[in-house]
Design a protein. Structure first.
Length: 164
């Protein structure tokens, strides 16, 4: 599975080399994967595995840097502020697009990021306290219609790679 992840990200990152007028092979310098979460989590594990394989395949250094905080917003903000040359890559979960609905001021515009690829997926479940409304999916959806911000949110976790 991790081999497929590495191949997928390597292929996605190398797309620029097939474009007409490309001046040099990508990557021509160190690539930095910015993980928007703490070390040891799903996104970090995926980033480190892909970074190792990408480095082996390209002969370039691939550095993994964790910039955790604010539900992934700090890492995303850092990447959107980096030079947009494709060498600073955000590795995140679906938190980045979901944060658009949860935070008024994230410190960056989601439009400043481009999805390069989805490299991993993990299953999750939604659970509710038996005494709380919304125990059934239908009731949960109905409750959400009227309480956009009051309802707790859970998201499916993906190792999503964004390129700034």
């Amino acid at each position: 599975m991790f081999r497929m992840l590495a191949l997928g990200i390597a292929a996605a990152l190398s797309l620029g080399t097939t474009l007409p007028g490309a001046a040099q092979q990508y990557p021509a310098q160190t690539v930095t994967f910015v993980v928007a979460f703490a070390a040891g989590g799903v996104a970090d594990t995926v980033a480190r595995t892909v970074a190792q394989k990408l480095g082996e395949r390209t002969g370039q250094n691939v550095v993994v840097e964790n910039r955790a905080g604010a539900g992934g917003n700090l890492g995303a903000k850092f990447v959107t502020g980096a030079h947009p040359d494709g060498y600073t890559v955000l590795v995140s979960t679906t938190a980045v697009p979901i944060n658009h609905t949860l935070y008024k001021n994230r410190g960056y515009a989601t439009e400043d990021l481009r999805v390069v690829g989805i490299v991993a997926s993990t299953p999750e479940a939604v659970a509710a306290h038996p005494g709380k409304p919304g125990q059934e999916r239908r009731r949960l959806r109905a409750q959400r219609q009227g309480q956009e911000r009051d309802l707790w949110h859970r998201r499916r976790r993906h190792g999503v790679v964004y390129c700034g």
